[in-house]
Design a protein around this ligand. Structure first.
Ligand SMILES: C/C(=C\CNc1ncnc2c1ncn2[C@@H]1O[C@H](COP(=O)(O)O)[C@@H](O)[C@H]1O)CO
Length: 272
């Protein structure tokens, strides 16, 4: 039979044991209440690594991230390989992307790491703009690249990924690996599902990305895995300056469409 709990948390036979929103019965009923554990003397620190406690850390990452980035202003997130060497043409292209974004009045947001991230931050820094790095704690310490002038470090990828989208008006994606694909496809999924609207995405590097676009336009579309319009969410170019122009202009067009739709729905007569 399950047990009932008194006000001081002592388990009794009956309805079970309530621990906040969680109902525990039978063998799941703990020996001590949460208050008892809180007020107990010195104890081991394993509890710090339990999931409910992690939620507080996760929450604090969002609070700190939102606080640090609230005044970033217009911005574009730039993604790409952490491994691109400094003498690679992709590195130079990403520097150009960073520079052009700042010249157009935008902040540059990257993952704050090496490779393409460093390059885009370098361009932004050299152009005298806001160069944001959203770092991630990794098993091997990398540190924030030296061109970041506003850096926030995250423990959790998912909290960091929210910031890339929330504080940017679009994405520019350079050649990269799994991390880059993850960031690219997250943005596409958010656009496709209308979680974000008016969010342009440009890919830089025709040789590198063409295979992906062919696959999207071929088997992925043919088998109905995406809608006909979905592959067109991506703009492909070799020219970093064109990528910046596309993201800013398309972003402005999409924002105007959204504003018009909002105005129309505000003007529409309501029923009743
Ligand atoms: C593997 C190396 C460095 C790792 N350091 C990183 N620092 C910050 N952000 C990173 C790092 N690695 C991946 N990311 C994120 O994913 C994207 C790049 O991943 P890819 O697999 O290299 O394409 C990037 O946009 C970051 O947001 C090198 O020593």
């Amino acid at each position: 039979m399950s047990e009932r709990v008194t006000d001081d948390g002592v388990a009794q036979r009956g309805a079970g044991y309530r621990k906040g929103p969680v109902l525990l019965r039978g063998t799941q009923i703990p020996d001590q209440t949460t208050d008892q554990r809180l007020l107990a003397g010195p104890q081991d620190t394993d509890w710090l690594h339990n999931d409910p406690w992690r939620v507080m850390r996760i929450q604090s990452e969002f609070v700190e991230g939102f606080g640090a980035l609230a005044e970033v202003g217009p911005a574009v997130s730039v993604f790409g390989s952490a491994r691109t060497p400094r003498d690679h043409p992709d590195y130079a292209a990403a520097v150009q992307v960073g520079r052009d974004l700042v010249d157009a009045g935008y902040a540059v947001i990257t993952g704050g790491g090496p490779g393409i991230m460093e390059a885009a931050n370098k361009g932004a820094h050299e152009a005298g703009g806001l160069s944001v790095g959203l770092g991630i704690e990794l098993p091997f310490e990398q540190g924030m690249n030296e061109y970041v002038n506003l850096g926030v470090n995250f423990r959790y990828f998912f909290a960091r990924k929210t910031m890339f989208v929330k504080y940017a008006q679009g994405f520019i994606v350079m050649p990269g690996g799994f991390g880059t694909f993850d960031e690219l496809f997250e943005a596409l999924t958010l656009v496709q599902t209308h979680k974000v609207t008016g969010f342009p995405v440009a890919l830089v590097g025709v040789d590198f990305w063409q295979g992906l676009l062919d696959w999207l336009h071929g088997p992925v579309l043919d088998r109905g895995m995406v809608s006909a319009a979905d592959p067109d969410l991506l703009h492909l170019t070799d020219d970093p300056t064109e990528a910046v122009k596309y993201v800013l202009e398309r972003g402005a067009e999409l924002a105007a469409v959204e504003r018009a739709a909002q105005a129309a729905s505000a003007d529409a007569p309501t029923e009743g």
